[in-house]
Design a protein. Structure first.
Length: 297
């Protein structure tokens, strides 16, 4: 009888022990020209994380059916649809039901921020944006990996006009294209970035949800030759009417008017600004482990 009682006690206690001793899961989202599971990029990073944080569950988001579709969708699938897909994948994963940390690389950084703003359940605890372009971009000097043909197609469409409805609906990079020389058209016709950055009507839900984060970590690459301007990785951008002088997050209306709650988060110590003195996504394993892994342990 005593043995049976003891076994029942252990059965009741085991969920508590699992919750206490388990690590927080991690959701990752890749950047342009990459895929969820490339062994030379996110696959390698996942292996590194699993080595540094034993027992961690890592869900690297695959947007589409297979690696090829996942890669092309990073160029050609409407961002709002991608975010819907990501939210559904996260919500339907039982291993993420109690919450998770997230890490986005390049455009995956602002996409995961959108998940935090639009899909608060299950809860996201820490958001790590590695080179994410939170104020968008104005220029594409080069493209990563072996995506030359897709990059050429992208440039042709952007040259046609980033704010033409067909381009906005069908080219991911146009959806976070911010033209400082024509801000009115950007605010009027941007179907993604202008929405998540509260450029027009303020969505209080976005603001409330983002402030639920414990930490919002932003990595800027000091010698970035891909993102223009690189300060977008810290919510900076070109001042209106030109493309040379850059304002900081703290100087932006997004901050001064606290449209997303970033000012409040900054005062609470929730915003973390990190720099890697390298080109876009060209960090070392040592830098990654020392600077980013502490936020997912």
């Amino acid at each position: 009888m005593e043995v049976q009682i003891f076994l029942v006690f252990l059965a009741c206690l085991s969920p508590v022990l699992a919750t206490t001793n388990s690590t927080v899961p991690l959701v990752m989202w890749h950047g342009m020209g990459d895929s969820c599971c490339n062994p030379l990029s996110l696959g390698h990073i996942q292996t590194l994380i699993e080595k540094e944080v034993p027992g961690i569950y890592v869900r690297s988001l695959e947007i589409g059916d297979g690696i090829v579709e996942d890669t092309t969708n990073g160029f050609l699938l409407n961002v709002n649809k991608q975010v819907e897909m990501a939210c559904q994948k996260i919500k339907s994963d039982p291993k993420l039901a109690n919450g998770y940390n997230s890490m986005g690389f390049s455009q995956g950084g602002q996409f995961l921020r959108t998940v935090a703003q639009r899909c608060p359940s299950p809860p996201m605890f820490n958001l790590i944006s590695v080179g994410g372009q939170h104020q968008g971009v104005f220029g594409f000097p080069r493209c990563p990996g072996a995506s030359v043909s897709l990059c050429d197609y992208m440039r042709k469409l952007l040259n046609l006009g980033a704010y033409i409805s067909f381009v906005q609906d069908n080219l991911v990079q146009a959806e976070y294209w911010q033209d400082p020389l024509n801000e009115a058209e950007y605010r009027q016709k941007s179907i993604y970035l202008a929405d998540i950055n509260q450029e027009n009507k303020v969505n209080e839900t976005y603001k409330t949800n983002l402030q639920k984060l414990k930490k919002f970590v932003m990595v800027m690459f000091g010698n970035d030759t891909m993102v223009q301007p690189k300060e977008s990785e810290w919510f900076g951008f070109y001042k209106a009417g030109q493309d040379k002088e850059v304002y900081t997050l703290q100087e932006s209306p997004l901050y001064t008017q606290d449209k997303l709650g970033l000012k409040a988060m900054d005062k609470q110590g929730k915003l973390v600004f990190l720099t890697s003195p390298t080109d876009h996504l060209q960090f070392t394993e040592t830098w990654f482990v020392q600077n980013l892994v502490p936020y997912i342990k």
